[in-house]
Design a protein around this ligand. Structure first.
Ligand code: NAD
Length: 300
């Protein structure tokens, strides 16, 4: 039987709906509007699209959006001064610095300058440490979105075997921590792992976050497993025209869907969840900053 196709677009719309409801409640009962500041340095075309989408969706759920576009030659001093101002601005509950930064800027230094309570990307070492030690953190948006999809698909994850392919700081590692926190038995594999197929084949849950089109093949996957494809890869699509391209994931979708129990498509799977979780994190940060109860269903 073919796998269930997980509709990340629809699920993300539900998450945004819950965020919007909570924002309305905060406005009505506490005269409080959550605010998200997004900082973009330089003119990277893809980053500009992301930032525009983030601002649009932030406004759509009723939150305030503050966009700060800085030229590519912005100095570290200027950028840190802006972050400092946003850290102390009571109207700003979440700060996101769009990555990658121009080469002359040190991303680690910049992320560390963000107040951990406003670090809605969950990249600050404080939040990384809190997540790793099982404490309340702001959690990176993409793996948080994957966890939401998995919970919606499987329910209780306790005791499940999970393999995360990829160990980046923004996806693979926090994904592994979230799955551990959900009581899964977790394996993390990466570019130097030698027996990936065998490890994946033993897993109830597979999360692929590699950036290699079609790496995960059908005979790697355990029948009935839930497969989450984080990869976004642009490849040629000669059937659509000489120079046409299309987006594909890390999983050989057509083949794996014959074996898996459920699978996310690319596009339309994990992708839409990332911004939805960013908005969820911003509402959570706003509630925490004001000593109010956290929104149900929007935290880990
Ligand atoms: P990254 O390049 O930082 O990390 C890739 C990881 O894959 C590394 O840990 C590396 O060791 C591992 N790897 C490389 N080749 C491998 C191989 N042959 N076998 C096993 N592991 C291998 O990438 P990232 O930032 O974690 O992103 C991964 C993918 O997810 C990319 O395609 C990226 O575009 C996508 N992504 C999507 C979203 C989203 O919103 N859906 C968000 C972030 C990243």
């Amino acid at each position: 039987m073919a796998a269930r196709i997980i509709d990340g677009k629809a699920f993300a719309a539900d998450v945004r709906g819950s965020v919007a409801q909570h924002v309305m409640k905060l406005k009505k009962e506490h005269d409080l509007t959550p605010g998200l500041a997004v900082v973009l340095v330089g003119e990277d075309a893809a980053s500009e699209v992301y930032v525009r989408n983030k601002a649009k969706q932030t406004l759509e759920v009723g939150m305030n959006s503050y966009e700060h576009k800085l030229p590519a030659d912005t100095t570290e001093e200027t950028l840190l001064a802006l972050i400092d101002r946003l850290n102390t601005d009571p109207a700003v509950h979440g700060i996101l610095v769009q990555l990658p930064l121009p080469r002359h800027l040190d991303a680690n230094l910049v992320i560390t300058a963000i107040h951990p309570a406003k670090d809605v990307d969950g990249f600050h070492i404080s939040n990384v440490g809190l997540l790793a030690s099982g404490q309340k953190a702001l959690v990176p948006c993409t793996p948080f979105g994957c966890l939401m999809l998995l919970r919606n698909e499987i329910g209780d994850l306790r005791g499940k075997t999970a393999t995360v392919i990829g160990r980046s700081n923004i996806v693979g590692k926090p994904m592994a921590q979230l799955l551990l926190g959900a009581d899964c038995s977790v394996t993390v594999v990466h570019r130097w792992s030698s027996n990936i197929a065998e490890l994946v084949r033993a897993s109830d849950i597979v999360v692929a976050a590699v950036g290699q089109p079609g790496l995960i093949q059908a005979d790697w996957v355990k029948p009935g497993a839930v497969v989450i494809d984080v990869g976004i890869n642009r490849v040629p699509a000669p059937d659509k025209g000489e120079y046409a391209t299309k987006l594909v994931g890390d999983v050989q979708f057509d083949e794996v869907q014959k074996i898996a129990g459920a699978i996310t498509p690319v596009p339309g799977g994990v992708g839409p969840m990332t911004i939805a979780c960013l908005l969820a994190n911003t509402v959570t940060a706003c509630c925490r900053a004001n000593g109010l109860p956290e929104p149900t269903g929007l935290t880990v």
